[in-house]
Write a protein of this length. Sequence first.
Length: 93
Amino acid sequence: MPLGEMSQADVARLELRRWRRRVWQSKNVTYAAMTALVVGAIWWWLAEPQGWTLPPPVLPIGLIALGGVAYLAGRVWLFWLKMERNRPRPPRD
């Protein structure tokens, strides 16, 4: 086989590997976003005066908002990847 040419089975395996890596990345985005949400909530709770006081501190609320948006984006990305039309075809040997 000449350099740079791949069989259909090899292409299908690479597509499957790329899809699995993207699923893994989208799950990690949601984990990082949940971490940001929890850290922001704990920071808000521990900020003076202690408790869920209003008005909330700016940085913890920013972290909570950023975590919420990132979580939503990660879940939408994962949902999109798992749709049937976006799944790679199984490799044929």
